[in-house]
Design a protein around this ligand. Sequence first.
Ligand code: ZN
Length: 77
Amino acid sequence: MANFVAIQENIFCEPCKDCGARPVIEQIKGNFMVRCPNSSSHYQTKPGLVDINDWNLKNKIHTSLGAKDTKPSKEAS
Ligand SMILES: [Zn+2]
């Protein structure tokens, strides 16, 4: 059985878009992935830092196309 870590209850996570499960964190050799506890074929983030934002974006049922967060550049005067 894989070694999953529960995500704290007070952290907002979208449910898995495929099965509705709350995601978990899997640790593999010092890298972390946010993934569905039920299936590795459901969405999982790239190994690295815990990226719940990425999970949330990919598991939103309504994907907002082209909704980029344009932050004002510091170079603008
Ligand atoms: Zn799932």
